[in-house]
Design a protein around this ligand. Structure first.
Ligand code: ZN
Length: 267
């Protein structure tokens, strides 16, 4: 729940209590949150708070059978207010163009990062994304931010009960990239990334990372300035000055030299 919503609730409670005293009404529970533009009370109750996202159960995949938790919350029930859109173009693994009421918008998936199209596995990530969403009618869920600094809509993209952002991480085509304050599903993304890595799905199974003109034979690349270590396909490497790049054949080699793993590609 955002701070402003909390404040609205608190004001509602205070106002409500005051009215109660004045009118002598015994209870006003369930009546605290009726601000315009905010969903109804019952819907609000099913909205995931930051701590509730842990109970969002994984969607079943044909390749494995994740254990179903007894306290399972259906993903559809956990979705926040959503808008319907049509996917008109897939730009890369984490960016698409959608049409909403005749207007088109660039949209960046929240919470994940895929290799750029010219990086190893970038083409595969784009293709996988296209297989999932191309031409589809999708539901868009906002977190906190409306757009990123490039003006792209920031959204979770749902097809029925399947969240595309999460699916790309689960299948090993995306890594978790957390940009506060948009962190609603961070925990389930991280859990999925661990599973994908351990199962060797997608690019996690493509070891050693294929050589490219950019990466040569370096599966790991460190930044000699920041002392952060990345997988060669990490989008941070593309933005790194070539003079700052340090090649490592193994992660251990970098760690003993004082490098720490990137939080996005998580080598
Ligand atoms: Zn990285």
């Amino acid at each position: 729940m955002s701070r402003s919503r909390l404040r609205t609730s608190a004001i509602g409670l205070v106002a409500c209590s005051f009215l109660l005293l004045a009118a002598g009404i015994p209870s006003c529970s369930g009546n605290v949150n009726t601000a315009p533009g905010v969903s109804t009370v019952s819907r609000t109750a099913t909205r995931p708070a930051a701590t509730a996202t842990r109970t969002l159960a994984p969607t079943p995949r044909p390749t494995d059978t994740p254990p179903v938790q007894p306290t399972r919350t259906e993903p559809s029930a956990s979705k926040g207010p959503a808008a319907t859109a049509r996917v008109v173009r897939v730009i890369d693994g984490d960016t698409i163009v959608v049409e909403i009421k005749g207007q088109t918008y660039r949209l960046r998936y929240i919470g994940i990062d895929t290799p750029e199209p010219d990086q190893p596995f970038g083409r595969e990530a784009t293709e996988r994304n296209a297989e999932l969403v191309s031409g589809r009618i999708v539901e868009l869920e906002k977190d906190v931010s409306e757009v990123d600094r490039y003006g792209r809509l920031l959204r979770y993209v749902w097809i029925g009960n399947l969240m595309v952002n999460r699916e790309l991480v689960c299948q090993g085509y995306a890594t978790v990239a957390t940009y506060p304050p948009d962190v609603k599903y961070q925990d389930i993304f991280l859990q999925c990334e661990r599973e994908a890595r351990e199962a060797g799905r997608g690019f996690w199974g493509a070891q050693p990372i294929p050589a490219s003109p950019q990466t040569g034979d370096c599966p790991y690349i460190g930044n000699r300035n920041t002392k952060v270590l990345h997988y060669a396909w990490c989008s941070s490497v593309a933005q790194m000055k070539p003079s700052n790049r340090v090649c490592f054949a193994t992660k251990e080699e970098a760690l003993v030299q004082g490098y720490r793993p990137c939080k996005n590609c998580r080598p």
